[in-house]
Design a protein around this ligand. Structure first.
Ligand SMILES: NC(=O)c1ccc[n+]([C@@H]2O[C@H](COP(=O)([O-])OP(=O)(O)OC[C@H]3O[C@@H](n4cnc5c(N)ncnc54)[C@H](O)[C@@H]3O)[C@@H](O)[C@H]2O)c1
Length: 242
């Protein structure tokens, strides 16, 4: 499928990587439904891009169901779902992370993309086609002393989720892949400039900004992604080399 004219849901589109992805897909002529827990902010982005929009709390299955139903009603049909919404796992030391924090990160960062994808799948099965992208993280493939245990576990879990779902739904014509962003630096979840400078001094390709991730999403959604399923696409500027 060519990107132009595709009907696509983007979660987490109010800011950061989700917003950049929405802007990139809009430039390529996609019909978009933008969604986020920050309803007013996502409405502003949607208005600018002549896109449809609606609220979601991806941590709530009922909210995910309602959002997908609203998107189908407003766009007529959906070709692709791009799961980008998520929350940062503040840098809690392993022994200090509270149970409440652990459960919140797992609820939103791991369960959330599944609730949204689960709500989407019946429509794609009925159509016999679809693409789904799930946003993991370098913290799902490598260990970092400074990231919380829950964030590592959630983002690694999304890679397992992607592999299991892709195996199950290929026969329905649905291709499901994860993207694995590295140090982005400048999104709504920004690194301080001193950290960006230190990282860039140590890594030839530096921090990425959101655009390389948006471009990877485009690659997976259009014709170039037609034989790609169940992968965890490394968009880390060389940080993850396995
Ligand atoms: N920034 C990075 O360096 C980086 C690296 C690897 C992976 N990621 C992942 O990329 C994704 C986007 O990150 P970002 O840096 O753009 O973050 P961001 O905070 O700028 O954007 C995340 C968006 O998700 C929305 N959101 C949060 N909780 C939600 C919920 N319960 N329901 C619906 N929407 C919700 C927020 O309102 C926000 O608009 C996240 O999943 C993050 O884990 C980011």
């Amino acid at each position: 499928m060519a990107l132009e004219g595709l009907h696509i849901i983007v979660t987490g589109a109010a800011q950061g990587i989700g917003e950049r992805t929405a802007r990139t897909l809009a430039q390529k002529g996609c019909s978009l439904y933008l969604t986020d827990i920050q309803d007013g902010k996502v409405a502003g982005v949607a208005t600018e891009l002549a896109a449809q929009h609606g609220p979601v709390d991806i941590g709530q299955p009922d909210s995910a169901d309602a959002m997908v139903a609203d998107a189908i009603e407003k766009l007529g049909h959906i070709d692709a779902l791009v799961n980008i919404a998520g929350i940062d796992g503040p840098d809690d030391d392993a022994l200090e992370e509270t149970e409440e924090h652990w459960r919140r990160i797992i609820d939103i960062d791991l369960s959330g993309p599944w609730w949204v994808t689960r709500a989407m799948l019946p429509h794609m099965i009925e159509r016999g086609s679809g693409r789904v992208v799930i946003t993991s993280s370098i913290a799902g493939t490598m260990g970092f002393e400074e990231f919380s245990p829950s964030y590592h576990a959630a983002k690694a879990g999304l890679i397992g989720l992607t592999k299991g779902l892709s195996a199950r739904f290929e026969k329905d014509g649905i291709l499901i892949n994860a993207i694995v962003p590295g140090y982005i630096g400048t999104t709504g979840n920004p690194m301080p400039q001193s950290e960006i400078d230190a990282y860039n001094a140590d890594h030839a390709l530096g921090t990425g900004g959101a655009q390389p991730v948006a471009d990877a999403v485009c690659y997976l959604l259009d014709d170039s992604g037609r034989w790609i399923s169940g992968t965890a696409m490394n968009v880390t500027g060389g940080l993850w080399r396995r």
